[in-house]
Design a protein. Sequence first.
Lengths: 487, 496
Amino acid sequence: MGAEPAPRIRPVPLRMRLEPLSENAVERIHRAALEVLRRTGMHVRSERLVRALGEAGADVDADQLRVRFAPELVEEAIARAPSSYLLAGRDPACDITLDGTHSYLTLDGCASELVDLTTGERRPSTKADLEAATRMADAVPEVTIIWQPVAARDAPTRVQPLHETHAQLTNTSKHIQQMTAIDPDNARGVVEMARIVAGGEPELRERPIVSAFQCTLSPLTIDGDPLEAALVYAEAGIPCGWVSMPLSTATAPTTPAGSVVLTNAELLGAIAAVQLLAPGAPTFYGVCTSTMDLNSGSIACGWGPEENLFSLACGQLARRYHIPSELGVFGTGAKTQDWQAGAQHMLSGFTSYLAGGDMLCATGTIYAGRVFAFEQVLLDSELVDIIHALEDGMSVSDEDLAVDVIDDVGPGGHFLAHEHTLRNMRRNWLPRYFDRATWEEWEAAGRPSPRDRARERARRILDEHHPDPLPGDVEAELLRVIAAHEG
Amino acid sequence: MTARQTADVARPASGTPSRIDGLPLRPTDVLPDATIERIQAGSLRILERVGVEVRSADMIRRLDAAGARGDADEGRVRFPPEVVEEALARAPHSYVLAARDPACDLTLDGTRGFLTVDGNAAEILDLGTGVRRASTKEDLAQITRVADGLSQIGFVWQPVAARDTPLPVQPLHELHAQFTNTSKHIQLMTAVNAEQARGAVEIAAIVAGGEDELRARPILSAFQTSLSPLTYDGPALEAAVVYAEAGVPSGFVAMPISCATAPASRAAALVQSNAEILAGIASLELLVPGAPTFYGACGTVMDLRTGAATCGGPEDLLFQMAGAQLARRYGLPSSIGTNATGSKTADWQAGVENALSVMASWLGGADMLCGAGLLYGARVYSIAQLLLDAELFDLVRAMTDGVGDTDEDLALDVIEEVGPGGHYLAQAHTLRNMRSQWQSRFFGRDPWEDWEAAGRPGPSDRARARAVAILAEHHPAPLPDGVEEQILEVIAAYGR
């Protein structure tokens, strides 16, 4: 991948942590969620699945399609979920083990528009865009897991998720997390394609190069198709998480604690449902809870204090359940890479990291997840780089402390030419996109912005980066799977 | 060296809006104890072996007489570890920065952090034209007036220099511009010799109603900066003593730049910065025992290409957190360099740098977060940036409200009543609680089409408009009759 000896992926070690909830508050929220599942329960929109859950021990009302869970049943079911597992890459150098020691950044999904890299204007997305975005992310070490950043809107709707999977398997050898196959047929297609690339059924089970997730519908609803899809994945050994995305004030209570209770209840309900039907299936606890803008009624476009608190609180809850977490991060409401985007992304990025999220989702969209921008991925990678540099902390060897050097230079001197400076100055952080030119240079250059530099680099990566190709006729087999599911 | 209070802070009472919003602190130690020990030992060794250069033979002799080891010929003052320790033990752990309006009094006790207007730039982005130009006394007055109307601003530095006033009395003109435009606490950073400090004390005493009144309620504080590496100007230390003798809190701030005026490695820069601050504080406590003072840290790194201060990289963040942690260890209030993005405009970089900077000072447990409004590595002031920095401070402050776990917070009955598939919009619980959700003033939340039709306005456009509105609407509490005339008389007397 070019001259840079950078690692293929760069997870962030988790050393600092922030826990706003007391132990007592964690328990209150846990018990409140159990109470919601016992008393209110969840609406599961599939007669077959409601019956199956009834047979597995849940208290079901088949007419109302309502499933209620006794607290002991939930506790038992979630205890079956593994606390650690592998998300494999096609390239083993991109393997990820979710074990609570590192945080992994995912590429965002799934916008239906993007900012064109040439014109700078917003337009609908295509499969070619998805290929380009995937290829760029393949070259950015801070991006460790690949969602589907944009929809392949020019592909036939019915098998669009399979076209998206095809576009990605051919453009990255990093781990792919499929978020767009939300019915059993497409999930089966994804499994077939992943098996072809992995080399077979046991090989995929051993090294799942694809994972997936399904979303609950807030409040407290699961559609039949996503739950069936989750079971298809579970059967194939593909980790499949659940993500709850309620909007506080609209689809969740307006109080932060109420929103967390609802999020927690939905995730425990969905995870318990799968564990009752497919015990031991690897899964994760995905949180993307946000607030409604009181003025427009739309999503508040990201990352005020409430969203940051949701991440911190849910990170604590996921740890309580010993289930890997995926916490919402970035996703600015801004429409371009301005102060708002920078501030929201840095606050949410740092907070989700302090929350101890195993997976941080996700980088690359603006306008509250509705528009993808290549340059945004690169700018976000700079933030991750800053967090890395913070994580390096402060070492205190004699070379670090340099008491003799301070003595040597003495009062009133300077360190510019000292050998210690020459030895150590490159350890200081260097930005890729921050502007540190003088004011005069900056004006003379036409006031270039970090966004301009990121766009330039995105174009260069797309010109130069060639992902590991699939062997032989694997791609032809993938296309045959798509054709079979289309027909 | 007593640990300061770090108890949880109750939420502010609701009701009338407060004039000042402090940031509830729950300090996090970024460095392990062993690391702090090594840094502290390094600083003490430097103070004993190398000492600091003091550019005043008289001051060296006074410090020597007070217990330090001064060598006037060499121009050096050295401090044995026990002298440092004894001197530090005399500094109060907690005190009040009073304000002309008592509702703006700030208690520095480790439970709350306060944001200041940053200082001291020589240039400003003109609020009307957006063009960079030299700053004036009128700019200083305007910024101070805006800050007086912002609840996120706890106290004021001198954001820009009153460059259109005579140099020797410039600090006094700055004080005049500020006392007439804010009733919040003023921390004077520009009076850096004994004469100027005396003038500042006289003016503050007039406003406070007398010398004793000023001592009882110091509406003014000040600080002096070390000249890195390891140097203090004589006049600066003399000014600090003038303040201390008048009961005006007088802190010390180190602003080393790694690779240039400090070693390149993070730990060494901290060793040196700590030594400089301790030298200042020890000197003051030797000469004026018990003087209220504070521990100011504002370290950054040199950009290897331009040689300028970078302001805003990860090293700065570690310096912020470590600086606050060291201050806590010594039981001293901390003043921590915060914000002051390296960017030249309120862009993505400014958002990134300052958001993380506020987080770092909050996590570190800074008593004073300094400050808001500077661009270009502290060289250019922007009123729009002042408002944007205040917004991020407010966002982080709102995070400290936490999640809550009362029955009303948890809302179990509401969840049951709405049930699966419903919505919460019309619930009484929603109407009761939704207004406690944080509201952004400057984030853009309009549809893309509206935004394009409006010419793609940005957060700084909204911030500028708000600044103009504050200037039109906000009227700071006036000084009592005759006070301003007396201030001008003092300035005239010192200007002769």
